[in-house]
Write a protein that binds this ligand. Sequence first.
Ligand SMILES: [Zn+2]
Length: 521
Amino acid sequence: MASYLTDMDEIHRIIFEAPDSSDDSWQSSSEDSIRSSGSDSESENAQTTRGSEQEAQFSTSGTSRQRLPAQRQRQRSLPVQQDQQTEWRPINERYEVQYPEFAGPEHGPTFDFPVDSDPVIFFDKLFTNELWELLVIETNRYARQNNVNNWQDTTKEEIRCFIGFLFGISINKVAEINDIWSSDWVVACPAFACFFTKDRFWALWTNIHLADNETAPPKESPAFDKLYKVRPIMKILGKSFKENFNLGQNVSVDEAMVKGKGRNPVKQYMPAKPIKRGSKLWCIGCSCCAYLWDFQLYAGKEDNAPEGVLSTRVVCNLCHPLLDDKHHVIYMDNFFSSVALCKKLKGFGTYSVGTLRANRKDYPVALNNKALLKKLKRGDYHTVSGEEITITVWKDTKEVSFISNVHSSRGQDTVSRKKKDGSVSKIPAPPVVKDYNANMGAIDKNDQLKKSYAIDRKSKRWWIRIFLHLLDICRVNSFIMYQLSYVKWNSGPMEDEVAPILNQKEFSSSLVKSLCGTFTN
Ligand SMILES: [Zn+2]
């Protein structure tokens, strides 16, 4: 785990000091407008079926991925320094891309949890003791700094109960927190009321803190950090999420929005997202199980990084532990993808698949031929390949382009599309479309899991929303670790019977019971 950190400087040097590191890989500038007009059609929840005999532009050619001979794997040089113009072959020429065997560690938790471990064991692996202690120290410090009347120092037991309480009232869908202590038995929740008095709950809520305000660098300082208030928790969780989990072969880089209108110094507007205003998190997750492996909070455009540099930086920062010749495949959307980034990642033995904007630098001219595109019927596609990359333009309701260095130029699958009357039709599609749909959704899936019992509490303090969001991700990630461990427990020698598997609600409920324990105020 330690080695990649020391390599980061080198990775940055190669990526950002290479001759093409300016934004000339990107020919557009408005991030949000481009994102919003992005890839709706390809991001539909498409289900695909391999093996359709239906013809598109090509006939079926079997598997799209082939293993690279061992000798060629060794010969591949690290890293790519130059971004020369790609030599594209003629349109629709057969081209076999070779993908070597995945060489990463075994997918799943890095720790063997004992059979029938309680949910809190998984949660505590991610939400570490360091974090609990930080919450206690900074909450007490903040209350003293503000001379809070009758403040009694909090303890780790109380803070654990407080977090458990927040999870609990979210599972129980308590709408008004004050109702918990109501004298009206119809709306009161005595089961929760026994943990805190109303005053103590609100005292904790208003004083909860993660950083010392008095040591925050001032705005004029070069060390000023917009994210100072959440920096400590981001650091600790970023480390524990990664240390406790090995990603599978396929991963996706995507963004997630965290609610938070009001006075939020990192507020973003994303018209295409269900949450349009809030904080933006860049995330990397595991495609097969939706474990969220790392994240970065976007602080805004204050460093004036052009979009091309920004998106390359995000991918490289999030993926740098994977840039180690293990042949991970990174799925990304057209905000991130470019021919140059695909080549750069390949220089580190890391592969990539993404949707691609037709106005990106080095996009094959042949695929921009309007007369040719006009003839495409829904399900048809054209490809152009070269230098171990295949670019495909496929017609759904409109044309969508894909870039991949793990897919060959030919192959046939189908994707499902829902019609207005609710029926489902199958549309012919090349394998890259099917694989993209299957592997791109990790962050959305993690978000969906989170939503069912999310701590959705408003606060005037912008960073509280981030804090609650990260708490929920901890809960969901520990649930995913539990599910994968459960499969392992059942695949070993069956000496003892394993308890029935818990669903997310049961898992979260058990977590609440453990966190709240026997604490009473
Ligand atoms: Zn996974």
